[in-house]
Ligand binder design. Structure first.
Ligand code: NAP
Length: 263
């Protein structure tokens, strides 16, 4: 039997086992996907090897550390500096980032985008910024503190902290901060957010399990909105395909994974 896992801390809330097990069941594969809470990031690769995993997903807070521990990193993950998918190839562990492509797949329904504003500058913001750049969408990063902006500045993005930000017209506003996840906070000043929404067409929040104040305000301002559900779905679809050497059709995987969100 093939074994897969989600690595992170905490992981009790993770929906990944349900997503991947549903597909393995649907395809009659002899495999199982489990949760493995890992507190110490130095234990990531050893745990992967001890459990004899065929693949794993990595979530908060280990994506950046995992990047440094893979035998090889492929694709856009090389530019992002963070990985969310580990795949065993013989005795080697290969790292990928499917968050970036997962996000892009989720915003395809928005059509052509001229520019975007990302709120937050963590690992998820890096993945989203790099995929938007790949697709030629001009992107600005707004973060409450300066420190994490260095990566984005080095990549040529326009970067701002709230003190130096005067607003502007952005087609898409993306919340990648955890503001609103366990509280009722906005990711930035509410008046500023209202003015940004006034000029925007689309709002996206990477948080998927609750209507955040960010998305509620965007809806009030009549924007087309999306939460992080589809991003999570597509990153899972792409990760599953990597686990099985791209053997399966993406649409088939999606059709087996999607119903899990409706349970
Ligand atoms: N839907 C999906 O598929 C998907 C995929 C990946 C991640 N996510 C979600 O994305 C979120 C962010 O993950 P991450 O790994 O990028 O986190 P992270 O690396 O810890 O970065 C968090 C960012 O949010 C900012 N921030 C945190 N709380 C804030 C607040 N109250 N107000 C303003 N800014 C705040 C931080 O600013 P400072 O630099 O000032 O601290 C930082 O820039 C998590 O909720 C995660 O679950 C969803």
């Amino acid at each position: 039997m093939l074994l897969f896992s989600i690595f992170g801390y905490p992981v009790a809330h993770s929906i990944s086992p349900r997503l991947h097990n549903a597909v393995m069941q649907g395809l009659n594969l002899d495999g199982c996907y489990i949760r493995t809470p890992i507190e110490n990031p130095n234990a990531l690769m050893q745990t992967f090897k001890t459990l004899q995993l065929s693949g794993a997903n990595v979530t908060v807070p280990h994506k950046e550390v995992a990047f440094t521990q893979c035998d090889e990193v492929r694709g856009i993950a090389q530019k992002i500096g963070a990985i969310n998918t580990l795949v065993r190839e013989g005795s080697r562990v290969i790292g990928y980032n499917t968050d970036a492509e997962g996000f892009y797949e989720a915003i395809k329904s928005f059509g052509t985008l001229h520019n975007a504003l990302i709120l937050g500058a963590g690992g998820t913001a890096k993945a989203i910024a790099m995929i938007l750049k790949t697709h030629g969408i001009e992107t600005t990063i707004l973060n409450r503190s300066r420190q994490r902006l260095a990566f984005f500045e080095a990549e040529g993005f326009t970067c701002k902290t709230p003190e130096a930000f005067e607003g502007g017209a952005y087609t898409l506003i993306i919340n990648t901060t955890s503001a609103g996840l366990k509280d009722e906070e906005y990711p930035c000043d509410a008046t500023l957010l209202k003015s940004l929404f006034h000029h925007a067409k689309f709002a996206f929040d990477v948080i998927y399990n609750k209507p955040t104040p960010f998305l509620c305000l965007a809806k009030e301002c009549n924007l087309t909105c999306k939460d992080g559900k589809e991003m999570l779905l597509y990153q899972g679809v792409l990760a599953f395909n990597l686990f099985f050497s791209n053997h399966y059709d993406l649409k088939t995987i999606e059709s087996l994974m999607r119903p899990v969100f409706e349970l």
